[in-house]
Design a protein around this ligand. Structure first.
Ligand SMILES: O=C(O)C(=O)C[C@]1(C(=O)O)C=C[C@@H](O)C=C1
Length: 246
């Protein structure tokens, strides 16, 4: 199966390289940069649509435009796989815009260039087959198993519900902590050092990812409200402690 990666931004370049360890990969980038893995052949968009499977590595907010560009040009039977950090929205875009003859696979690799810097063995990849035939499904399960990833199969909605309280809350708190301008300190405790690591881990990603996670996951609004209520509960509780300023 010939894989074509669409988008060679920070994540796309990393993912194309990891895939190239196991299979042939070509890639298309609107703005090609230097430093791309030499095993990956750069192709035009017209050439990319000839692939058996197209792996979309684009911002969540760019999904609709990109899927529209590809929809009428893919080979019947080809598969489109997204890698977005939310699942309900991109899957609904693919179902709405891609013809019935095109297969659809939702995925979310739960890692990236920072967390996968020292290898991706054992890291989770959320797998949501939406419209796949047995042979494509088994190709991708085998591929991800060969990459020694931990496949976590769930529906797009199950993914978004859980992700709001795992990745969504982490990125939200990372941005809040960054806003407080916390600095490294010679008296840093282990816990404090981990807080600084969270800032580094989340704020290294483009702000667009943060905004898209909060906007396109239907469950992150509830997460933010729960977080605010929890902060308020602790503020109120402390007001009741004798001797603390109101
Ligand atoms: O390792 C990185 O570079 C990441 O930021 C990966 C990270 C994250 O840790 O939140 C970011 C986006 C992906 O959806 C999955 C994981």
């Amino acid at each position: 199966m010939k894989l074509g990666v669409y988008g060679l931004g920070r994540f796309g370049a990393f993912w194309a390289s990891r895939l190239a360890d196991f299979t042939d990969v070509v890639a298309y980038s609107r703005t090609p940069k230097s430093g791309i893995d030499s095993r990956i052949e750069l192709v035009s968009e017209d050439k990319l649509v000839d692939c058996d499977a197209v792996v979309l590595c684009v911002a969540i907010s760019a999904m609709e435009d990109v899927v529209r560009r590809l929809a009428g040009r893919l080979k019947p039977g080809a598969l489109v796989m997204d890698t977005c950090s939310v699942k309900v929205y991109p899957v609904s875009v693919m179902k709405r815009l891609l013809p019935e003859s095109i297969q659809i696979l939702g995925t979310h690799p739960m890692f990236g260039p920072d967390s996968g810097r020292n290898g991706i063995t054992g890291l989770p990849l959320v797998y949501s087959p939406v419209r796949t035939d047995a042979s494509a499904d088994s190709f991708f399960r085998d591929l991800f198993n060969s990459m020694r990833l931990q496949l976590v199969e769930m529906s797009p909605d199950e993914h978004d519900k859980s992700a709001a309280y795992t990745q969504g809350i982490t990125h939200f708190l990372g941005r809040v902590l960054q806003d407080l301008h916390l600095e490294p300190s010679p008296m840093a405790t282990l816990g404090y050092s981990k807080l600084l690591e969270i800032i580094e881990q989340t704020c290294n990603d483009p702000e667009q990812l943060f905004l898209d996670l909060q906007r396109y996951n239907p469950h992150t609004h509830e997460m933010r409200e729960s977080l605010k209520s929890s902060l308020d509960r602790f503020m109120t509780k402390l007001k009741e402690v004798p001797g603390l300023p109101a």
